[in-house]
Design a protein. Structure first.
Length: 490
């Protein structure tokens, strides 16, 4: 196959070879397609779809007190490590035990009150309450046992303790979710008002099957099936309860195991593989999300990541290597003219050098620019896998990759919620720079600008979360050398 060094050549090549262009709407493809692979025997295209994530609902299920066996059946296959982490998390387990006690009380309120009133029992001697949970809470300094008490008093106590400790679990959730919506699942508002707890109890017992695995949460119960089925369903319902829509699909979808298996096969079949990134035409947060969603043992086989960067791109590239275990080479390409970037040329030269002198046989190429076709066509014996973004990559280049039997997948189809750590580092560093000259500046405008400058798309809720958590809490302090500095919370 001859070289196609620009988009016009590529279009001509497609026409000459009678590549049929699908009329399928690109918006629909963005919703459905994770990867298209065509093999050399010209079999029909294999279309992989994204799959729902369940990490968010795993945390919710643990906190609200889902039964251990149900946790195992519903979540352990994909989130076993997460569940183990939650069990070792004191703050999460405190809320779990308190929620279990509250649910047990609501399910057995009359029986509990009867045993307390006529048989002088307390909750640690009643079988529907976990004595082990009560004793563990006591070891942590949380005393739930009350002498000469009644069931109604325990309702007040459990709700107060949950109120006192739920904010300790905020760090279990990413910044992109509205914490107030999560918090409201655990807190009964105006619980000190007469009849509030009675009305909440009546609502629960009359709609028991509309609560997740009959665990109590504070919400308006609707017949929505298993609301903890997956992250997408839960987040959609959660925001709907507050009159909003949750639209960021990348926060609750991930590439299928089929897509990931194809990537692993590409890595395993390679003698030496490197990731090469066109930083001008790639999103650092999406790439980080891709790497974090792949098996660490498989990505450990990658020789290195080579970044070809321009000073106009995001500062996030500078911090990428601090968060992943793959060695990173960062090449910032100088400009001869301010109007012309030389990243494409440098990247092409670098790939050729790696192939001919470093014996790198396979390249995972991250770019949505058709210019990369020149290097692919110039190295017919090298193996390529291409990551692109839907909004930046044209259909023609994807069809050409399919014809050439080159694996290609969209970074948009990988779960992006785990890129929070990288975003947080970049934004805090940007805020530190802004802190050097804050007088007279508007804090909200600073918040919006540092997101824009670092190419981080954020909703109003995400902006507000960052503003509340980091900007409003900045403090002027004095270091050991006597110099003033602005402190930003971790």
């Amino acid at each position: 196959m001859g070289g196609c060094n620009n988009l016009e050549d590529l279009n001509n090549y497609i026409k000459e070879n009678n590549i049929l262009l699908s009329e399928k709407d690109e918006t629909q493809k963005k919703e459905e397609t994770s990867e298209i692979i065509v093999n050399e025997t010209e079999e029909p295209e294999k279309v992989y779809k994204t799959m729902a994530t369940t990490s968010f609902v795993t945390v919710i299920g643990y906190l609200i007190g889902m039964d251990d066996e149900k946790m195992r059946l519903h979540f352990e296959e994909h989130n076993g490590d997460l569940i183990a982490d939650l069990r070792n998390n004191k703050e999460a387990t405190i809320i779990r035990y308190l929620c279990k006690l509250r649910t047990a009380l609501m399910l057995h309120f009359k029986k509990t009150d009867h045993e307390m009133r006529f048989n002088l029992k307390n909750i640690d001697s009643l079988p529907w309450y976990s004595k082990e949970d009560i004793n563990q809470l006591r070891k942590w300094g949380i005393e739930v046992i009350q002498t000469n008490s009644r069931a109604e008093n325990y309702t007040i106590i459990f709700n107060q303790l949950i109120h006192d400790h739920i904010d300790d679990c905020r760090n279990l959730f990413p910044d992109w979710v509205n914490w107030d919506y999560i918090r409201n699942l655990f807190i009964i508002p105006k619980r000190g008002k007469k009849n509030t707890l009675r009305e909440e109890f009546d609502k629960y017992v009359t709609n028991l099957n509309f609560y997740p695995f009959q665990c109590y949460i504070h919400w308006n119960p609707t017949d929505s099936g298993n609301i903890l089925l997956n992250d997408g369903k839960f987040l959609t319902l959660l925001y709907d309860q507050h009159g909003e829509e949750f639209l960021d699909r990348s926060k609750y979808r991930d590439a299928t195991e089929g897509t990931k298996k194809s990537i692993y096969e590409f890595i395993d079949q390679s003698y030496k593989v490197a990731i090469v990134v066109d930083c001008e035409n790639s999103d650092p947060y999406k790439l980080y999300g891709v790497i974090k969603n792949l098996d660490e043992e498989e990505t450990g086989k990658i020789e290195k990541i080579v970044l070809y960067d321009d000073y106009h791109t995001s500062d996030a590239w500078d911090y990428l290597e601090k968060l992943i275990k793959i060695p990173v080479e960062h090449n910032e390409v100088e400009r001869v003219s301010n109007r012309k970037s030389l990243v494409d040329v440098s990247m092409t030269a670098g790939i050729c050098k790696a192939y001919y002198t470093e014996r790198v046989t396979s390249f995972i190429l991250c770019s949505s620019d058709s210019d990369f076709w020149g290097v692919i066509s110039s190295l017919p014996d090298a193996e390529f896998l291409v990551f692109y973004e839907y909004s930046k990559c044209g259909k023609d280049i994807k069809d050409a990759l399919s014809l050439r039997a080159i694996y290609h997948a969209s970074m948009d189809d990988f779960y992006s919620g785990n890129a929070d750590k990288l975003k947080k580092i970049v934004l805090r560093k940007a805020l530190e720079r802004e802190a050097e000259d804050l007088l007279g500046k508007n804090a909200w405008e600073i918040t919006k600008r540092i997101h824009e400058d670092n190419h981080i798309e954020a909703t109003e809720a995400e902006l507000n979360s960052f503003y509340e958590k980091y900007v409003k809490t900045m403090r002027l302090k004095i270091g050991q050398d006597g110099s003033f500095y602005v402190s930003i919370q971790e």
